[in-house]
Design a protein around this ligand. Sequence first.
Ligand code: GDP
Length: 360
Amino acid sequence: LLPVPCSQDVSNGLRSPICCILGHVDSGKTKLLDCIRSTKVQEGEAGGITQQIGATFFPVQNIRKRTKELKADAKLNVPGLLVIDTPGHESFANLRSRGSGLCDIAILVVDIMHGLEPLTIESLSLLKMRGTEFIVALNKVDRLYGWKICPNAPILKAMKQQSKDVHIEFGNRLNQVIAQFKEQGLNTELYYKNKEMGETFSIVPTSAITGEGIPDLLLLLVQWAQKTMIEKLTYQNQVQGIILEVKVVEGYGTTIDVVLVNGVLREGDRIVVCGMKGPILTNIRAILTPHPMKELRVKGVFVHHKEIKAAQGIKIAAQGLKHAIAGTEMHVLGPDDDLEYVKEAAMEDMRYVMNRIGTS
Ligand code: GDP
């Protein structure tokens, strides 16, 4: 039997916060994700980081290790952090018009050389609408003229190495960005100067290429999530899952990639999902996750699970999923549930999806 992914460890009753990365094209979203899951972190697959379906799981031990230099004495209680892999995902567009958010917390990436751009502002209104907490990664600090590279260093340590000119350019650009956020009605401040987290959003200067500020970003994400979202992160049995993608996979037919936000899912469970031609009622034939060995992953060899616990990125194989719609919620039909009611709930999402198509 293969080892169970670590995100199932919910011994202290908390699930992993789910994080997504938003921002303008080319601000560095992909690079930032690459950087935080960097395989350079010596042992194993980057110290327990696991590739899931549509998401990457960072165990808390890994985060602790990478943030050691920050000497944070705060206890990290969550099992880890689940970061959604594909920021430009269709489902995010769908989720834009939905009230319930998939993510507990977000990273809003801003290119320090460009400031706020159209898609930054669009992401911002999305976050505001959903009431999602976020942290600003003021990315590409290594592009400041004369920047001295300090690989993977906490940002204050890196700043200490910089010349007066770099400090001046940094200060000017930072102030500009803060002013632009202000124009959008938001107070922002460098995270280590921010005394009113919650009222004022935190900015973490980062480089996704050389890694400065990444420890700060990781620590702040986890600390902030567990400080302000204990209730939301307290593990619940009620299944909550969002479809990220609908995909045909050889040997499995049409499958749905789902972020299981809460609860336990079992093989054979009856699920109801929103479909183009009406609600789809089906039984889970297989619950799949990528193979832990990289070579087998590319061949599409999956690990089958009899049951799986949130928070996880999984693939579900079942009959009749052809017309399922990405960005909508997956419902599990319990023994006491009224089928018609659940079907109606599943189709609720259609309205939001249609609204979006109508407005885009
Ligand atoms: P995305 O469109 O937001 O996902 O942006 P990418 O991650 O693809 O990055 C866009 C470009 O910016 C690529 O050429 C990256 O190598 C570059 N880039 C991203 N982050 C940084 C950074 O921190 N410093 C520098 N110098 N370049 C970066």
